[in-house]
Structure formats: structure tokens, C-alpha cells
Design a protein around this ligand. Structure first.
Ligand code: SF4
Length: 226
């Protein structure tokens, strides 16, 4: 598998924020979101080749139950089921971070952490923006993921204007457990995060959705490997 990086840190986002976790970042994502904070992992050849056994050995160097498989977009990797099954055999708690590009039924996954992308993530280049608009949201895939896996839905909020689109997306998916929905500020720097947090906090209080922190931005200003 092509691996961008493997590192030990705290989960920064979602309901497990603050939990020490080993991150396995797979290379490759086709989406090109404007504010993506892992652009170095877009290229599917970024990083280095690891066998599954090498990934598992690397993960095992830390005495840590929680493993986060992220990207890039990990759900495009054909070896993902085997990786999750080998990690599960070691009793790891496995989170998969995805935007919901594909449904894979046979993953050993404890938490499917889905961040459906809104129009606020469109790239500035018009051609890329058109591709982004066509590929960012597959409602049928999201529905299947929610039916099979324990999940959280994390929406990235750039401004107040995003709320109607978030609510429409939830309605389109249908039968979403609203207690599993989180809003998190769009921010690549600590200053940006602090500036947007009160707006998102107010939105959470109005809607009842949970606020997701971004500890990797707050604590380490989004430095790579955090
Ligand atoms: S889906 Fe995630 S990894 Fe891919 S471009 Fe968007 S933010 Fe970056």
C-alpha cells in the first residue's frame, strides 16, 4: 500500500477527539478540496510502499489501542479490507476517515468517520470545481455506509451560509441519527480556528449538532505529523 505517513498523536476531531491514536495516512485522493489540509497526500504515489505486514509492524511500535486510517481518501485502496482485518486481529479500535467516496462492505471498522464535502470545498480552478461538484457527494454510498457501520458525520463549516446545505444533505441521506452529526470550523491555522469557532458554536447551539474540535490545528497549528 502506498503510505504517506504513519505517526502517533491525539485524535483531533470527532467524538474521539483527545484519544491517543496511531494515524496511518494512505496516499491518494481525487477530490482536490480548496481548503484541504493534507494536499501532500493527494498524489496516489506520494510517500512509500509498505506491505500490510510492514504497516502493522509500524503501528505496533506504539502501545496504543486506537488506529485511525486516513488520507488522502483511504476508501479507494483495494487493500483496505485486509489491513483493517489484520489490525482487528490485534484488537485495535479502528476509525476510518472518508468523505464517502465508496461503499466497501467487509471492513473491520469500529467508527466510520464520514466528512461529506459541501460546495464550500470547491477548488478555485473552474475545471477542477466542475469535477469536484460531480464527485463530492454520493448519497447512495453515504446511505450504505450509515446502514452498515457505526458512524459519525462531520461537516466542515466555513460560514453561516453553509447551514442550509448541511441540513439539505442530512435530509437527502435520510434516517440520520442527529446525535452523530458534528460541525467543525474550516481552519488551517490556529488563528483561523479561533476566529471561526464561536460562529460554529452558535450554530451548534441552534441546531443541537455537536461541535467538533480540531486539536491538530489548535495545539500544533496543523503541523504535518500531528
Ligand atoms: S476529500 Fe479530504 S483529503 Fe480529499 S481533497 Fe478533500 S479534504 Fe483533502
Amino acid at each position: 500500500m502506498r503510505i504517506s505517513e504513519i505517526f502517533y498523536s491525539l485524535q483531533g476531531e470527532g467524538f474521539l477527539a483527545g484519544v491517543p491514536s496511531v494515524f496511518v495516512r494512505l496516499a491518494g485522493c481525487p477530490l482536490r478540496c480548496r481548503w484541504c489540509d493534507t494536499k501532500y497526500a493527494w498524489d496516489e504515489m506520494a510517500g512509500a510502499d509498505y506491505s500490510i505486514a510492514e504497516i502493522v509492524r509500524t503501528v505496533q511500535q506504539w502501545l496504543c489501542k486506537f488506529v485511525v486510517i486516513t488520507g488522502g481518501e483511504p476508501m479507494i485502496n483495494p487493500d483496505l479490507p485486509e489491513l483493517t482485518q489484520q489490525l482487528k486481529a490485534l484488537h485495535k479500535h479502528i476509525t476510518i476517515e472518508t468523505f464517502g467516496i465508496a461503499f466497501i462492505p467487509d471492513l473491520a471498522c469500529d467508527l466510520m468517520s464520514i466528512s461529506p464535502k459541501l460546495s464550500n470545498a470547491a477548488p478555485t480552478d473552474p475545471q477542477l470545481a466542475a469535477i469536484h461538484e460531480d464527485s463530492r457527494l454520493d448519497i447512495a454510498v453515504l446511505r450504505e455506509l450509515l446502514d452498515i457501520y457505526n458512524y459519525q458525520l462531520k461537516f466542515v463549516v466555513d460560514s453561516q451560509a453553509d447551514l442550509p446545505e448541511i441540513q439539505q444533505t442530512i435530509e437527502k441521506i435520510g434516517n440520520v441519527d442527529l446525535e452523530k452529526v458534528m460541525l467543525m470550523p474550516q481552519a488551517n491555522t490556529r488563528d483561523e480556528l479561533l476566529a471561526k469557532s464561536s460562529m460554529v458554536t452558535d450554530m451548534c447551539k441552534r441546531t443541537g449538532f455537536a461541535f467538533s474540535p480540531r486539536l491538530q490545528v489548535l495545539l500544533w497549528n496543523n503541523e504535518r505529523g500531528t
